[in-house]
Design a protein around this ligand. Structure first.
Ligand SMILES: [Zn+2]
Length: 241
């Protein structure tokens, strides 16, 4: 239920950010008739099924995305609960994944990463410092500047190479992951972003100046590295020596 509610919150946040409306202002409204949705119709997952994805008043369609994100949130929370139990680690992972999902969808659609989400990753990174002491504060401090400063310098040479949001995201992710796992996250992001670039140039035949959002690729890289970063590093070192 908690995960589904968080998914529901994400879908509301994403929708309101795209429309430029504050998340704290006002209640959830029907996208068709703009009437406020009753409290008893806001139960994640169940309400959508009971109302068959329609507004109680006007019968207008409630977007599928709400339902998908609620189910995804519930399933993710359940999965994390089975692996980590009701621990700080499990809860932290759930919030990080929620923030990354919002970054993924919002950046894909608006080419913009909300400042609040980068701050959320940064704050979760600080929490992670207390929950996961095996990643030292020094490693996290180096992570804060390692990739972000390099990206920032690159944007000075190549304008629009990265957006400001991408740079801040990699700084915040560095605090969360430590610099070692951050490198893994960045590498995965580059591979996915590169594939995306090739697709845009070759398949969609757009010209070289086409800008595309790099945030979604970075978000996937951070999510993978969050769970498997240190396994990937171990595997890579064994491969070398
Ligand atoms: Zn309605």
């Amino acid at each position: 239920m908690f995960g589904a509610s968080l998914g529901s919150f994400c879908s509301a946040y994403i929708e309101r950010y795209q429309q430029g409306v504050s998340i704290v202002k006002g209640r959830s409204i029907c996208p068709s008739c703009h009437r406020p949705i009753k409290g008893y119709d806001l139960i994640p997952v169940l309400s959508f099924i009971v109302l068959e994805g329609k507004c109680r008043f006007c019968g207008g369609r409630i977007p599928w995305e709400n339902f998908v994100l609620e189910v995804l949130g519930g399933v993710t929370a359940l999965g994390l609960f089975f692996v980590y139990g009701l621990t700080g680690e499990g809860v932290l992972y759930l919030f990080v994944l929620a923030a990354l999902l919002c970054i993924f969808l919002i950046d894909m659609r608006t080419m913009d990463i909300p400042h609040a989400l980068n701050i959320a990753i940064f704050v979760l990174g600080i929490f992670s410092g207390f929950l996961f002491p095996h990643i030292s504060w020094l490693d996290r401090g180096i992570g804060l500047v390692a990739i972000s400063v390099a990206m920032f310098l690159l944007t000075l040479v190549v304008p629009h190479a990265f957006g400001g949001g991408d740079v801040k995201l990699m700084g915040a992710a560095g605090v969360l992951l430590g610099w070692q796992a951050l490198l893994v996250a960045f590498f995965i992001g580059l591979v996915i972003g590169g594939a995306q670039g090739v697709y845009i140039l070759k398949v969609q035949k757009r010209d070289k100046k086409t800008l595309f959002a790099f945030g979604p690729a970075l978000a996937i890289g951070i999510a993978i590295s969050l769970f498997f970063g240190h396994n990937i590093i171990d595997w890579y070192i064994r491969l070398l020596f």
